[in-house]
Design a binder for this molecule. Structure first.
Ligand code: P5A
Length: 446
């Protein structure tokens, strides 16, 4: 992409009403625009990142054997009356009527729609297990939408639902999700700690939330420091292997980790030696639930078992805050000059800064670099504007591409360009060919 032809409305001033760094940087980097409280337009750079995060989530869901679908955002209230949740859900649900006076709502979550879809088609235990999921917009009329996309009213969620014959099978689905979530967050360069949590309006008594540690997190967290040493790494997990998934779950959840809602000081002190006790704040980037027959029973989602009995299926649901993850990623990766995207999720792989637009040698070298990077399957962002070098560097730093190649007439006289790491600020002079090869090597396998 050439910056002169892109739509990147960066802001010079720091927006006054944005309280946390990720919100400020998303506004300044031209990623989002607030349309009303807690509702955002996704501008090109923000939209590109949202798609990247979505892609990773899809890939990891599919790897775990889950099947993507897409449900509508608007639902009939009827289904929620059947499950018994319509009246109790409260003010967070955006309710409306269509022209015929029928009660409708904008989906805050979709247990009912998935249960209804399941009961319409699946009748036999032979078709189980089944996990279907979507990545779709949700609306929750939060009383205090804040921190930008972190706590929006409209937000993008990956929501999945498992249907199993027995509790035991459904608990495997729960464990499988926990394992696949660990892998998903780690691919984004995030460490998300799974913690036992409260289930709230979703229901059930078995639930974990995933927290990314950050000063601006909304939850207080108490944990054993050993948990942050755990890495999922590149272990090959067979998601059908019950014992293996159980093993990973135990490894990651056996050490003490609680949010302030469920924190028991005495247990914390008894389980964790003094020097390993940590208190921090965390951003909830996902939550998984097992709630048995809470929806299948009232809604009649039953299958015939091997003995010919009709039994309600055991279910759970699992959510990832896809749009919130953008905020979490920035909270975890920034400095005073802007965002620092991890190489695994970045809107462009490398920036090209032309120090002297209009200089034949510099323009030519930038064009050659651009083509050579594209030929390697990389996506460069070329700042080809007629701007001062300082302004170009400031924009690149703000939008946070992990690598920058700087091209100027002086370097070119010696046959070199400069390759700079956004994270360390370290630069290296290389021939253009070597710079391309180096960047290609960095991204190989990501
Ligand atoms: C699980 C999927 C559920 O809704 N039903 C379907 C279950 N879980 S949850 O914990 O309530 O939400 C899942 C994740 O969505 C993100 N999230 C939000 N993101 C931005 N703004 C919000 N207002 C918001 N509310 C929830 C969180 O990451 C949460 O873990």
């Amino acid at each position: 992409m050439r910056l002169s032809r892109y739509f990147l409305p960066v802001l010079k001033e720091t927006p006054a009403d944005a309280q946390i760094v990720s919100h400020r940087l998303m506004l300044r980097a031209g990623m989002i625009k607030q349309m009303s409280a807690g509702i955002y337009a996704w501008l090109p750079l923000g939209f590109k990142m949202l798609r990247k995060i979505e892609n990773i989530v899809h890939e990891e869901q599919i790897r775990a054997g889950h099947i993507p679908v897409l449900m509508p955002t608007l639902q009939s209230a009827e289904l929620w009356r059947e499950s018994g949740r319509y009246d109790g859900y409260g003010e967070e649900m955006l309710r409306m009527q269509d022209r015929h006076g029928r009660d409708m709502l904008f989906s805050p979550t979709a247990e009912e729609m998935f249960t209804d879809t399941f009961r319409s088609y699946v009748k036999s235990y032979k078709d189980l297990p089944l996990t279907i999921y979507q990545i779709q917009w949700k609306f929750r009329d939060e009383i205090r939408p804040r921190f930008g996309v972190m706590r929006g009213r409209e937000f993008l969620m990956k929501d999945g639902y498992n249907f199993d014959l027995t509790k035991e099978d459904a608990l495997h689905a729960y464990n499988r999700h926990l394992v696949s979530y660990l892998r998903t967050y780690e691919r984004m360069g995030l460490q998300a700690i799974p913690m036992r949590a409260e289930s709230g309006p979703i229901g059930g008594d078995n639930t974990h939330e995933f927290l990314v540690l950050a000063e601006t997190g909304e939850s207080g967290v108490f944990y054993d420091s050993e948990i942050t040493d755990l890495k999922f790494g590149d272990r090959a997990v067979d998601y059908d292997d019950v014992e293996q998934c159980q093993g990973v779950l135990e490894e990651f959840t056996s050490r003490y980790a609680r949010t302030d809602d469920t924190h028991d000081q005495a247990v914390f002190e008894a389980q964790v030696p003094d020097e390993r006790r940590r208190e921090a704040r965390g951003i909830e980037v996902g939550q998984i639930f097992y709630f048995g027959t809470k929806y299948s029973e009232p809604m009649g989602a039953t299958v015939t078992d091997a003995e010919g009995n009709k039994v309600p299926v055991h279910m759970g649901s699992h959510g990832i805050g896809v749009s919130r993850l953008l905020g979490a990623l920035i909270e975890a990766n920034h400095d005073e000059n802007g965002i620092i995207w991890p190489e695994g999720v970045t809107p462009f792989h490398v920036g090209i800064v032309n120090l002297k637009q209009g200089d034949a040698a510099a323009d030519g070298a930038c064009e050659d670099l651009y083509k050579a990077l594209e030929a390697r399957g990389l996506e460069p962002l070329y700042d080809d504007r007629n701007e001062r070098a300082g302004g170009k560097f400031a924009t690149m730093d703000l939008i946070g591409l992990p690598w920058r190649i700087t091209v100027g007439p002086r370097g070119l006289k010696n046959g070199v360009v400069e390759l700079t790491s956004r994270r360390t600020g370290e630069s290296e002079e290389l021939t253009p060919e070597l710079a391309v090869a180096r960047v290609a090597e960095i991204y190989a396998g990501l």
